[in-house]
Design a binder for this molecule. Structure first.
Ligand code: FAD
Ligand code: MLT
Ligand code: ZN
Length: 481
């Protein structure tokens, strides 16, 4: 793991003692883990770049149990890290020191699904893919999809305000989450689990917890509206010459596909080489500098396929794409998506992954990649870029065989300064967690950060809920100093 954060001082929290363990065991019979082998997974992040040293993992099953243990922690001044599937990519889901891990692993019950409104109410620990399978049986789909769907929890998705590949079609969780139950840092339960589409009765408090990354409370219940599952899905994979062509294709796709376009993703050639080389995946296209993955979802397969073929013809005739294929059957579609969705996993095989997730205006999107590639040259195994072009979200990654401080010094803060200079965001969808919190001022004004700190203090005056995350180590004044 990296040594980037070793200088951080531990907060003035109590240390878990035998009496505390006895209390937890009484409330959560058989669901208190102190075994260091079992704790290893929960102490280490998915990227294997940060590691905490928690001695206790708690697995409550109900909101009441979460409330009881959080209240106890609050009274005892014990720090907590809420954890879902532990697939977060910014070091937010693991403790930094000995915080108690409260996992939603056993909170996986579905409470209700209204087949008329499509509103699903469930516990926070439901795995995203299981939820999608469940609602599909009722002709619906979850308005969120990401590569980690097999292990991430819906509560974790809400806590990170995860974006993913369906955001282009269904918008962010700020729109589709209708209600939440949250256990606040003093153990109080905030029940805003409304299954209503519209509710303008005062401040929309649930929004505060969407994207709060465990710093304001533990989400235990989620109410989310599920759109109709599309009858037909088709995918095109296109190869093209340069990034400008990717953008040209995006414009052509929007005009040809309009409301049926459900994803628009890109990969550069090092990304394709990465998944082929590290995971032995096979691409149906020959080699090109850039690839575009376009997905259409609609209610009439024949109609959608016809539109997609016309789009393909147009991009080829205009010289925007050099080659392309269309897939309409499930296995071929899955194969194409696997190329894009496995980029993150393939990067891990190189050793150490320096992962960046930025928003940039599209005209600057790929210039950053070229500058970084030039800057890092032989210092890295590879520089790869892929992402959700349709959302202006670039995933930029570098790898070395193991963590190298000199390489890191070439990347940060240069990359974040570049993003700020070009009016981008230092975190498009992964959040700030531990790794990016000190770059918050690159994307937010001092007064915005100061208001965030005020809110944090009002809800969590002791600072026990996911300490060292999201808010920067030093809060600046209004004048920016
Ligand atoms: P965790 O990793 O366990 O936690 C993430 C954060 O949320 C932590 O700060 C944690 O403290 C907090 N948290 C978790 N549960 C709760 C809760 N119940 N209450 C309060 N706080 C909580 N992200 C995207 O946005 N788009 C993508 O396309 C995408 N693709 C990914 C692909 C892969 C292969 C991987 C590994 C990750 C990807 N991610 C993506 C990262 C994304 O943030 C997570 O996958 C997901 O949203 C986190 O869910 P989780 O249950 O694993 O949460
Ligand atoms: C993705 O879109 O693949 C995810 O956000 C993960 C990543 O950025 O590597
Ligand atoms: Zn992503």
């Amino acid at each position: 793991t990296s040594s980037q954060f070793t200088n951080l001082p531990r907060g003035p929290y109590s240390v878990v003692n035998d009496q505390d363990i006895q209390f937890f065991k009484k409330v959560l019979q058989g669901r208190v883990t102190t075994d260091s082998n079992e704790l290893e997974f929960h102490n280490t992040d998915w990227l294997k770049t940060v590691r905490g040293s928690s001695k206790v993992l708690l697995r409550p099953k109900t909101t009441e149990e979460v409330s009881a243990v959080v209240k106890y922690c609050s009274d005892r001044h014990l720090a907590i890290t809420p954890q879902g599937g532990n697939t977060g990519l910014v070091g937010g889901s693991v403790p930094v020191f000995d915080e108690i891990i409260i996992s939603t692993q056993l909170m996986n019950e579905i409470n209700s699904l209204d087949p008329v409104s499509g509103i699903l109410v469930c516990q926070a620990g439901c795995i995203l893919e299981m939820l999608d399978n469940h609602v599909q049986e009722h002709g619906l789909t979850i308005p969120l999809d990401l590569g980690a769907k097999g292990s991430c929890h819906i509560g974790g998705n809400v806590a990170t305000n995860a974006g993913g590949i369906r955001l282009l079609r269904y918008g962010s969780l700020h729109g589709s989450v209708l209600g939440l139950t949250v256990v606040l840092p003093n153990g109080e339960v905030m029940d805003c689990l409304t299954p209503l589409r519209k509710d303008n009765t005062g401040y929309d408090l649930k929004q505060l917890f969407i994207g709060s990354e465990g710093t304001l409370g533990i989400i235990t219940g989620v109410s989310i509206v599920c759109p109709q599952k599309p009858n037909a899905v088709s995918v095109a994979l296109l190869g093209c010459e340069n990034f400008q062509k990717v953008l040209d294709i995006f414009v052509t796709c929007k005009s040809h596909l309009a409301e049926i376009m459900s994803a628009f993703e890109f990969m550069d050639s090092p990304s394709m080489e990465l998944v082929k080389g590290n995971l032995s995946l096979v691409s149906p296209l020959s080699e090109f500098p850039f690839y575009v993955l376009v997905e259409c979802s609609g209610s009439d397969g024949t109609h959608d396929e016809e539109k997609l073929m016309k789009m393909l013809q147009a991009v080829m005739n205009r010289g925007e794409a050099l080659d392309g294929i269309v897939a309409t059957d499930y296995a071929k579609i899955e194969n194409i998506w696997a190329l894009r969705e496995n980029c993150a996993l393939a990067l891990l095989k190189d050793g150490y992954n320096y992962k960046y997730d930025v928003s940039l205006p599209l005209q600057h999107f790929y210039t950053l990649v070229e500058e970084m590639r030039e800057r890092l040259k032989d210092h890295v195994i590879r520089t790869v870029a892929y992402g959700h072009v349709g959302d202006g979200n670039l995933h930029l990654n570098f790898t070395t065989s193991k963590y190298c401080a000199a390489t890191m010094a070439l990347i940060e803060p240069f990359l974040y300064n570049w993003v700020a200079r070009h009016d981008g965001s230092v975190s498009a969808e992964h959040g700030l967690g531990l790794k990016k919190r000190d770059f918050i001022y690159h994307s937010k004004t001092p007064s915005a950060v100061s208001l965030m700190a005020t809110i944090k203090k009002a809800i969590d005056p002791q600072g026990i809920m996911n300490p060292y995350k999201v808010l920067p180590q030093v809060i600046r004044g209004e004048d920016g100093i």
